[in-house]
Design a protein around this ligand. Sequence first.
Ligand code: TRP
Ligand code: SF4
Length: 325
Amino acid sequence: MDTIVSGMRPTGRLHLGHLHGALKNWLRLQENYRCYFFVADWHALTTDYASPQGIKPSTSEMVMDWLSVGLDPHRSTIFRQSQVKEHAELHLFFSMITPVPWLERNPTYKDQLKELVEKDLSTYGFLGYPVLQAADITIYKANKVPVGVDQAPHVELTREIVRRFNQIYRPIFPEPEVLLTEAQKVPGLDGRKMSKSYNNAVFLSDTPQEIDQKLSRMMTDPARVRRTDPGEPEKCPAFQLHKIYCTPEEIAEVSTGCRTAGIGCLDCKKVMIKHVIEDLAPFREQRARYEKDPEQVEAVLTTGNAIAHEKAAETMVEVREAVGL
Ligand code: TRP
Ligand code: SF4
């Protein structure tokens, strides 16, 4: 059976973008693979080292969402990176053999340096972000890594590091492959990418009222200024959600309605909002149970940490032996 490893930085409550981007994919994968899913809390520290207070609470919120959506701790190993110290040791071994120019060339690194100007990211740890990620992946001897396109360069770097390690010492790691996540595009309320920091997200844990309020004022085709102006669904961010949630008949009907100005935007959105609320109902029920008993989430992590640790420790015996220490 192939092994899958994937992680998420702890961002707190998850939104529809996470659900359709990564989580639905994880749910499918856990049926057919040995899966390790973890909270990349050390990775969060690379950008938030100066204000780390949010990391721990965000971890609990995020794992609560994972479990409520159906990640199953009996199938998948769910754990916290910082609780499996072997990741740090393997990261150190990898850092010895990784040429700095490989890291400086990394497109994500260059983008983030430009984007996060308010933070001082001229640190050793931030440059080494993909080296730690390589350790996360290889310590479980993963064959496949499900990530979005933005993370593909990191998995590519992992392969290069693995090749170099296997060549210099002894071949102990498989070269992991990217399993590109076919992410369904979920625009945020303002039409930009859905993101907590843009304040345009619908959270999985929002109440039906909140979902209704948020989606009712979601951006539509800007050409429809008046009710009598015809619109074009493909230019409407809200319609992206229709495409995910509505039946083919409903989609056809609102499309025609939009193009002929036969339907108003609010009525059009109502058709979709109903589905979003219904679709999240089982999630809300499950989450309410965990909220009453947060210890359960901690217990899942404690068990997962132990299982991950066992495998990671096994790999490290081999690594130390291969390097000759
Ligand atoms: N860098 C990933 C992200 O930002 C998170 C991550 C850390 C990860 N380690 C990983 C993803 C290992 C896959 C495998 O989304
Ligand atoms: Fe979007 Fe529907 Fe309004 Fe058309 S009618 S712009 S698809 S919300």
